[in-house]
Design a protein around this ligand. Structure first.
Ligand SMILES: Cc1cc2nc3c(=O)[nH]c(=O)nc-3n(C[C@H](O)[C@H](O)[C@H](O)COP(=O)(O)OP(=O)(O)OC[C@H]3O[C@@H](n4cnc5c(N)ncnc54)[C@H](O)[C@@H]3O)c2cc1C
Length: 407
């Protein structure tokens, strides 16, 4: 793939060695840009390979420009899901409204892309795997900073020293915890828990979503193309984060089972499928909000620093834009402290605008009271006649600087 819009690396000084923890979305994207900036990059990922799975993700606004500059936009357009219909159901399975998905999310004139998360993760990995070192099935156990670098001891026993370490290890980042303290300090719970898994497409669904709601509960079946598997999603309001369930997959299944007991439509079958699923992803809807994203030679990117929650649909876009801005700052400032400050200056407002979308997303898709649900349904019936909602300004609120050669 040919990268576009780049100045080539003209560094003559010793290569900066950077360790990135996490090979999700922000990790490989950052690896790509840091390699272009002349760094020697190692990515350590606790899983045995790039992780597939998860719900389809959106790449919107500014992030679309990031992937265009990486040269992968055409591949992502090929993988675009292009759902044709989103049907909302009442508690008994009767139809509320069937709308064009773009009328809900804002299609930005057909510029946004929606792909399987695994497709994006695999594409990013393929883009950089020949240029950076990947250590799968391992993770950083200790980070010891000093004047010249960061000494890292890996769980495998391996030891190494890097100039910089980046935590791209997601919402529940170990890097963040080891540097800044427990997640509770930075996690802002948004009142929902969700379970995502795949199940057989025995319904004959194609290129569409079906959304079932009662107050505080939602069940979604998502047919990506003509796949014989469906992405199933069970979301529910829970006043406090279920701390025990977050650590225990068995407790997660029990909790979902209990919450959806007695629900109508196809929900009982979905709950049974969830019990059998080997790809269950359970989490809370929450945001990470931190006063600073770096400490010394260690910096955070993506969900680890500023997860916006699925309610915004902007997690992946923030991860991609954040990776670009961090690499740009490091390519522009030889001093890492100045670089990390520039990264925060350039990205904070964009993050804040996108995190602020969470309230709107929750109210629209997952109302918690009968009254709010009825209002939502009235709004949906009105959308049936509208072609497409405008994209929120937050999606494109960041103008990317040109990528400069490393100083
Ligand atoms: C398998 C999977 C499924 C997902 N499904 C959904 C979904 O359905 N809905 C949704 O809203 N979001 C989902 N997400 C989160 C979503 O991908 C992110 O919000 C977004 O893409 C930002 O990406 P990120 O790279 O910052 O974090 P992530 O995509 O979460 O990537 C973080 C990576 O770091 C790795 N990691 C974690 N801890 C360590 C460690 N100590 N050492 C080394 N590696 C570590 C993880 O295995 C993961 O590969 C999912 C993430 C994963 C990993």
């Amino acid at each position: 793939m040919t990268p576009t819009g780049l100045s080539m690396d003209v560094r003559t000084t010793v290569k900066r060695r950077v360790l990135i923890s996490g090979a999700g979305i922000s990790g490989p994207a950052l690896a790509y840009w840091l390699h272009r900036a002349g760094c020697a990059v190692t990515v350590v990922e606790k899983a045995g390979g790039p992780r597939a799975g998860g719900y389809p993700i959106d790449i919107r606004g500014t992030a679309t420009e990031v992937v265009r500059r990486m040269g992968i936009l055409p591949h992502l357009r090929d993988a675009h899901i292009d759902s044709r219909r989103c049907t909302f159901l009442n508690a008994d399975g009767s139809e509320v409204a069937s709308v064009d998905p773009r009328a809900l999310a804002g299609g930005a004139g057909g510029q946004d892309v929606e792909v399987r998360r695994g497709d994006l993760a695999a594409l990013l990995h393929a883009l950089v795997r020949d240029d950076v070192e990947f250590l799968f099935g391992d993770s950083a156990a200790t980070l010891d900073q000093h004047g010249q670098g960061v000494d890292v001891t890996f769980r495998s026993g391996r030891r190494d020293t890097f100039d910089l370490v980046v935590g791209a290890d997601g919402m529940h980042s170990q890097t963040r915890e080891s540097l800044f303290g427990p997640e509770e300090r930075f996690h802002r719970y948004l009142g929902y828990c969700f379970a995502v898994f795949t199940m057989p497409n025995t319904f004959g669904l194609s290129h569409e979503l079906i959304v079932w709601n009662t107050p505080g509960k939602a069940a979604v079946l998502y047919a990506v193309g003509d796949d014989d598997e469906l992405h199933a999603f069970l979301n529910f309001h829970h006043p406090e984060p279920p701390c025990e369930a977050l650590r225990n997959p068995g407790a997660q299944r029990d909790l979902v089972d209990a919450v959806f007991a007695g629900a109508g439509w196809e929900v009982p079958g979905m709950v049974r499928a969830m019990r059998d699923a080997d790809d269950l992803f359970f989490d809370t809807a929450g945001q990470i909000r931190m006063p600073h994203w770096s400490s010394g030679r260690v910096v955070l990117v993506g969900d680890a620093a500023y997860a916006p929650s699925f309610l915004t649909g902007q997690g992946t876009s923030l991860a991609l834009a954040g990776a670009y801005m961090l690499a740009h700052a490091l390519a522009t400032h030889r001093d890492h402290t100045a670089a990390f400050a520039a990264y925060e200056r350039g990205l904070r407002e964009f993050v804040a605008m996108n995190q602020a979308l969470a309230g709107k997303g929750a109210a629209r898709l997952f109302p918690t009271t009968a009254r709010a649900l009825e209002q939502r349904n009235t709004m949906l019936r009105g959308l049936v006649t509208l072609p497409s909602a405008p994209a929120p300004p937050a999606h494109s609120a960041l103008t990317l600087p040109e990528f400069a050669p490393m100083r």
